[in-house]
Design a protein. Structure first.
Length: 392
């Protein structure tokens, strides 16, 4: 959605989920001067005005509502030469600095004035192509720099770029708009800037974290779930872990997982793609909480991302954390109680725990789930779960 900002005209995006974060991004784009309309099931038409009519700033609450709001920074600098935005918010699971974004855009000629609450950036004339090596393969920093580089003057190289399928998908959208990009899906992106891009129609890649949630539901319940539009090539490392846990995995047509009678213990470490994504970890920890044996899960990306563990312990899980490691001793049974989900994946993981916990589990903080899942309760119910979305 943010990439639409780099070209005037009407863009069409299909396979767009009905989630709260999409609503927030719609509101953000409209505040920037765009028009956004739902024109079909899961399809958006985004009309971007001419450069002179784009408003390079928006109300602070729209930026503070989600972390992904940072990705309008690159497109705004590329199109308007300026941007003012509040620091992005989103899930609370540790400090996530934005210096990879500002350093890279600064190398392309942007000048920043930052305080504790706002980012103000300006570039004199056109962004200038350069060679950028990211200290860490940040997903959103790669997105921002890629979108900025497609309109920069000259040839930009981004080394140690993020390789996630979503970055590659963004690149394909930009190519459909007329961008010149080489190396999509690799850690080196080469972008030859152009002066003007055109709107395009793009089918958004299936969300692999949402897919993983339904596969984890099959695993933890000993069930059978087929995600028909999932791409197994995007989830190879996770599928290997599910197999190691005893799952029967078939990725020849979408992804189908049949869960075991009891999950086997397994050690897991999060790493940048193609490693196990940090967003998978709450789901994995929940699965392993009822496994046969002891598992070690290591978080190598966000130090604060074990905050949901205390909630799993309330349900009867036996988990001890030290630093960025969690030792999980599988228990025979979880017991239903009231728990709180502190971020999107933590809340979803607690819902999964409730699927197998004896009695009734009540998960609050469900607004987090609705930021990233299109009707999670309804889809789980369609698979046989006894789950109800309570009012407020």
């Amino acid at each position: 959605m943010a990439a639409c900002l780099v070209a005037s005209g009407t863009h069409h995006l299909t396979n767009v989920p009905a989630i709260a974060d999409v609503v927030t991004m719609c509101e953000l784009l409209e505040a920037l001067g765009c028009r956004v309309a739902t024109v079909g099931p899961n399809e958006l038409a985004i009309t971007v005005p001419e450069t002179s009519d784009i408003i390079p700033q928006a109300p602070a609450h729209l930026f503070e509502a989600m972390r992904a709001s940072i990705v309008v920074l690159g497109p705004l600098l590329a199109r308007c030469g300026e941007a003012t935005m509040a620091l992005p918010g989103g899930d609370d699971f540790g400090h996530r600095p934005i210096n990879f974004h500002t350093d890279g855009l600064g190398a392309m000629g942007a000048v920043f004035e930052n305080d504790r609450h706002f980012i103000r950036a300006r570039v004199s004339g056109r962004l200038q192509a350069t060679h950028i090596t990211l200290e860490y393969p940040s997903h959103t920093a790669t997105d921002n720099l890629l979108m900025a580089a497609v309109l920069a003057d000259g040839r930009t190289v981004i080394d140690n770029a993020a390789r996630e399928p979503e970055v590659e998908d963004l690149g394909r959208q930009l190519v459909a708009m007329g961008a010149q990009i080489e190396g999509l899906g690799t850690s080196r992106l080469i972008i030859q800037g152009v002066e003007v891009l055109q709107p395009a129609r793009h089918h958004v890649v299936t969300d692999r974290i949402v897919t993983a949630t339904y596969l984890a539901a099959a695993m933890i319940t000993g069930g059978d779930v087929h995600v028909v539009d999932a791409n197994g090539a995007h989830m190879v490392t996770l599928l290997r872990k599910l197999t190691a846990m005893g799952g029967d995995v078939d990725s020849t047509d979408g992804i189908r997982v049949r869960g075991p009678a009891r999950i086997r213990s397994c050690d897991v470490s999060t790493l940048p793609y193609p490693g196990v994504a940090t967003d998978y970890k709450p789901l994995i920890t929940t699965m392993l909480s009822t496994a046969d044996g002891v598992s070690i899960v290591s978080e190598n990306l966000f130090v604060g991302r074990f905050r949901y563990v205390d909630e799993l312990i309330k349900l009867g899980a036996s988990i001890a954390t030290e630093g960025h490691h969690a030792m999980i001793r599988g228990v025979d049974e979880l017991r239903g109680t009231t728990v709180y989900g502190s971020d999107i994946r933590a809340a979803a993981a607690l819902v999964l725990a409730g699927l197998v916990a004896a009695g009734t589990t009540t998960v609050s903080g469900i607004d987090h789930v609705e930021r990233g899942y299109d009707d999670l309760p309804g889809r789980l119910a369609s698979l046989g779960a006894n789950v109800t979305r309570l009012s407020n």
